[in-house]
Every structure is written in C-alpha cells, then in structure tokens.
Design a protein around this ligand. Structure first.
Ligand SMILES: [Fe+2]
Ligand SMILES: [Fe+2]
Length: 273
C-alpha cells in the first residue's frame, strides 16, 4: 500500500470527476482495511499541487457571472444539482488536501482516519449528484460553475487551524443550514432520487463538521488556547465574509459547534460590536 500522503496527491492530480472519486474510494478502502487489521500504515510525505486537477468542463466563472435561475423551475433544480456536484468534487479535494498539506504538524492517527472517511463520503456524494444529473439527461460539466471554490484552501495553506476553522466549521456547517431547504424543493417536484441523495449528504455532512470541530479543539487544547477566541480570530482573518443566519442550530450542536462560535461572526453582531 502507498503512503497515505502519496495517495492524497494521486487523487488531487486526477482531473476527471468520476475517475477522481473512483480512485479516492479505492484508496479509502485500502486505508480502512489496513486500519481494521490493526495496522498503522505509513503517512509518508508528498507535495500536494497548489490547485487540484479538474476536468476541462464545467467552465469556471466568477460567481457574479454564473447565470441565476429560478429555484422553483426545472432549469433551476438542474442548476442546483449541478452546483452541489461541483461543491462535492471540491470537497473530495479539500479532504485529501488536508491529509497531505501539513506533514510537519504531528497529529494522532484518528485525524487521518476521519479525513479519509470524509473524503470517501464526498466521493460518494459527487457520484450521487452525477447520477441525478444523468437521470435528468444532463451531466456534470454541462453548466458553468463557480470559480474560486479553492480560495479557502489557498488562503489557509499555511495554517492547519485556519483550514479547520474555515473549511469544515464554516463552509461545511453552512451546508447543514441550507440542505433541508433543498430537500424541500425536490419534494415539491417529487424527484425521489434527488431527495434520497440529499438525505445521505445531509446525514454524513454532520460528521465532517464534527471532525473539524474535534481536531480544532484538539489543537487548541494542545497549545492551551481558548477555542472560541481563536476561532473568531481565524475566521475574521481568513474568511472573506460574515456568517449568514438562519443557522441550523440543532445540527450544528450535534456537530460540536456551539452558538457562541458562530453568532458573533454574523453581520448584525459585528455591526453592534
Ligand atoms: Fe459532501
Ligand atoms: Fe463534507
């Protein structure tokens, strides 16, 4: 078996979405089988690319130039599935990237178990979204998608705590806020395949946020830092927006994100402070 960080770079360097996720799932299975057998597989050291390889389509546009479609329309629902597929593919790369990116930060083996599992789940999510698009006669790449999805990764290449704060604890937590609304939309259009896929995503994303929170708190504890203070400082420094309510307080709590982490980062609160 290859060292884990070399596996990560292989996935990051694979352009085609279905090929990337197949490799990601194969490597995750190898890692998990070894861990189940009680082994401590080698982590190794490898150079992750600045930008992961991506397919020639979709065309990547500035978010302002991505055409807006009515959420209740057929075209709007298709665009939504396409946007989620794009987010999931990006998430596959984000989870492998955190595995490869910080070799000098000593972490317990459980850190790697968690992100391998998350990367495997994101790969499944991308495939589920592709299946939904294909069932509607479309495919991933058929519509333009947001450029700049890798921004959070670029901004935090030098700081593992900032990476955890911004990616799982802000961006993936945002997914928990908005996914129930999407499920409702597909219930209205009676698209059972999309409902089932989004239910899987919704259930599994809670764990990704929880992994973020767990390892963020671990690193704070190791350096005797106040997690709430550090979280606020890092999100203000590295995340280029305020946080937007309404929040899914219940799921956020389940994922180990208390309200005093995120409410102070909303526009309303920042304006009062
Ligand atoms: Fe996902
Ligand atoms: Fe995720």
């Amino acid at each position: 078996m290859k060292p884990l960080r070399e596996m990560a770079v292989d996935v990051l360097s694979t352009a085609d979405g279905r090929t990337k996720t197949a490799l990601s799932r194969q490597y995750a299975a190898e890692w998990q089988a070894a861990r189940k057998a009680g082994e401590l597989p080698e982590l190794g050291r490898a150079n992750p690319p600045d930008f992961p390889a991506r397919p020639s389509e979709p065309e990547l546009l500035d978010p302002r130039d991505v055409p807006k479609r009515k959420p209740g329309s057929e075209a709007g629902r298709l665009a939504l599935l396409h946007a989620v597929a794009h987010i999931e593919l990006n998430a596959v790369d984000l989870h492998w990237d955190i595995i490869a990116r910080f070799p000098d930060i000593e972490m317990p083996i459980g850190f790697f178990d968690d992100w391998v599992k998350a990367a495997d789940e994101e790969s499944k999510h991308f495939n589920l979204m592709c299946d939904c698009l294909e069932a509607l006669g479309s495919h991933y790449g058929a519509l333009p998608a947001h450029a700049g999805m890798w921004r959070a990764a670029e901004d935090t290449t030098g700081d593992i705590m900032a990476r955890l704060a911004v990616v799982p604890m802000v961006l993936e937590a945002r997914g928990l806020d908005v996914t129930p609304g999407m499920i409702k939309l597909f219930k209205q259009s009676k698209n059972q395949q999309a409902i089932d896929a989004l239910e899987v995503i919704y259930a599994e994303e809670v764990h990704h946020v929880a992994y973020g929170s767990k390892w963020f708190n671990f690193l704070c504890g190791r350096d005797n830092l106040d997690p709430t203070e550090v979280f606020h400082r890092l999100v203000r420094k590295y995340f280029h927006s305020t946080l937007k309510p309404p929040f899914n307080e219940e799921k956020r709590a389940e994922a180990g994100l208390p309200p005093d982490f995120y409410w102070p980062l909303t526009e309303e609160y920042e304006a009062r402070a």
